[in-house]
Design a protein. Structure first.
Length: 185
């Protein structure tokens, strides 16, 4: 397969096959990001499709800023999610069983991600207690494994502000997890 940079250039020139390869290569991280945000499979699927439709429509106007193309897609996904969350508060999240089964299918296939279900649920509970901004940085930083530089590009915040936001998020999650595990002892 060609490099993503070459595919982007070809897609900008109107090559539908190149855009199809970009879609295939980037679908999973965008879907996973939106699924973690919405916790609803169908909504995440719909939003992911809309992200790629918007990207396809804007390909000819896309300008490389030096950041990865995926950062541009995350920015579209983030803005779409924010618009969606303002309009639709009534969608219920998937049943936890469905959510964790789906996450197992979209997560990276590595040993470090193979936590026990209980630990993942505790983390999801701690994540749910964070503000939307804090959730977003935790998802991008630790689930999507993006650098502060990439997250700054996506969120239009300074790296310093992101580090402070992440610090507060980690502090809140640590407190929540300590409380949960003390209750179990």
């Amino acid at each position: 397969m060609e490099s993503f940079e070459i595919l982007v250039v070809r897609a900008q020139a109107g090559d539908k096959e190149a855009f199809g390869q970009l879609y295939s290569g980037y679908f999973t991280p965008i879907y996973r990001f939106l699924y973690w945000r919405t916790k609803h499979k169908e909504t995440a699927e719909d939003l992911t499709q809309t992200v790629f439709l918007k990207a396809y429509e804007a390909m000819s106007a896309y300008k490389s800023t030096g950041a990865p193309f995926l950062s541009w897609l995350y920015t579209i996904a983030r803005n779409l999610y924010l618009d969606h969350s303002k309009k639709k508060k009534s969608i219920l999240p998937d049943d936890p069983e469905i959510f964790w089964d789906a996450m197992a299918q979209t997560g990276p296939a590595t040993d470090k991600m193979s936590h026990e279900r209980e630990d993942r649920e505790a983390l999801a509970g701690a994540l749910a207690e964070l503000t939307d901004e804090q959730q977003e940085i935790v998802i991008l930083r630790f689930i999507e494994e993006r650098s502060y530089e990439e997250i700054a590009e996506i969120t239009d915040k300074s790296e310093e502000a992101l580090r402070a936001l992440n610090y507060r998020a980690m502090k809140t999650m640590k407190s929540r997890l300590k409380k949960k595990y003390k209750e179990e002892l």
